[in-house]
Design a protein around this ligand. Structure first.
Ligand code: GLY
Length: 348
């Protein structure tokens, strides 16, 4: 069965299509098409005859100026015109990089994304943020350039390594906390179907996540204000990733840890009650996330201070009064150090 959701992100219309198959017209263009994969997604049974392909090395190292240069050069050499099409088939790296390149090619060519990881289906492919990494930090250069179409086939999730699937669950849990109590119920009550990647429940989950994210982005496509709530758990999470050299934990694990810290801080600031913190913990533990960190709170806070969301010397964090009630607050770094110490004490 095929069905579509339509959104408007700034000046761009985006169609999110859910189906198990896609016809070749989906990626054809009279002005030429280039389909970008990584070595893993190039093996997936997706398109039969997609024309010109570029296969990149998997992983963050491709999400760089040189990765973008390769795509742009191949698009040029392949004769793509102004109305040519770049399609990205992959997880967050390929989606962010293909979108970044499409936004630059001839000052913006057509863009289609085929997210193959859970994280890309619920986050990276939706809402138009494109990026490459710079200077050891993630996503430090980018543009806003929504895909005209996003094709989601949840049966592709069965190909995902466990760690990557779990990583996407960090973003799914974040999305439920941001504003979908029914999604939260599904996550709590149907966890074995979720971890078994049952396509029916996964499509329901991905649809709900897309709807929550798209609803937020439609209201603030260029993150002038409320879109920042999508960073719930991320300022802590990015700091943990940077502090541990992007090796110890996946992005989703870091976000899950960050969600717990944001919940503990929300409680410490008197925003949220203990019931909320307990729900966040239950949700994270249901999916095997351990909200522990054995490192030094001071070094995490230092890493948070270089995060791009820093404002006027204070850290601006996304916190919650409860499920679906999210606020942005500037927080004194000393209080964050105390929270991380408390968190280690509460969740030994
Ligand atoms: N991943 C956060 C955003 O799209 O704004």
């Amino acid at each position: 069965m095929s069905s579509a959701l339509r959104y408007r992100f700034g000046d761009h219309d985006s169609e999110v299509r859910f189906s198990a198959t896609v016809d070749s017209a989906f990626i054809s263009s009279d002005s030429g098409a280039l389909v970008v994969f990584d070595r893993n997604t190039a093996q997936l049974p997706i398109f039969e005859d997609e024309g010109q392909r570029l296969v990149l090395a998997p992983g963050e190292s491709s999400k760089s100026w040189s990765g973008a240069r390769r795509i742009l050069q191949r698009a040029l050499d392949g004769g793509l015109g102004r109305d040519g099409l770049i399609a990205g088939v992959g997880g967050g790296v390929v989606c962010d990089l293909a979108a970044f390149s499409a936004s630059l090619f001839m000052r913006g060519c057509r863009l289609i994304l085929v997210p193959t990881s859970l994280l890309a289906m619920v986050d990276a492919a939706i809402g138009g943020k494109t990026a490459i990494n710079l200077g050891g930090y993630k996503n430090m250069a980018g543009t806003f350039y929504p895909a005209e179409r996003i094709w989601i086939n949840v049966s592709l999730l069965r190909h995902l390594p466990v760690r990557e699937f779990d990583s996407g669950m960090g973003e799914v849990i974040k999305t439920a906390l941001l504003g979908d109590r029914e999604l939260l119920d599904i996550l709590l009550k149907q966890s074995s179907r979720v971890t078994g990647r049952d396509p029916e429940v996964m499509e329901e989950i991905v649809r709900r996540c897309v709807a929550v994210k798209a609803g937020i982005v439609e209201g603030d496509p260029r993150e002038a204000g409320n879109r920042a709530v999508l960073n719930l758990g991320h300022t802590f999470g990015h700091a943990l990733e940077a502090e541990t050299g992007y090796k110890l934990c996946s992005h989703g694990e870091a976000v899950a840890w960050g969600l717990m810290q944001a919940a503990v801080l929300s409680r410490a600031l008197g925003l949220a009650d203990p019931g909320y913190t307990a729900t966040v913990r239950e949700l994270l533990e249901t999916y095997g996330f351990a909200p522990r960190f054995d490192g030094k709170p001071e070094s995490i806070v230092k890493a948070m201070q270089v995060d791009k969301k820093k404002r006027r010397g204070k850290l601006r964090l996304v916190l919650q009064r409860g499920i679906g009630d999210t606020v942005l607050r500037e927080v004194d770094p000393h209080l964050i150090v105390e929270t991380l110490q408390d968190s280690a004490r509460i969740f030994p």
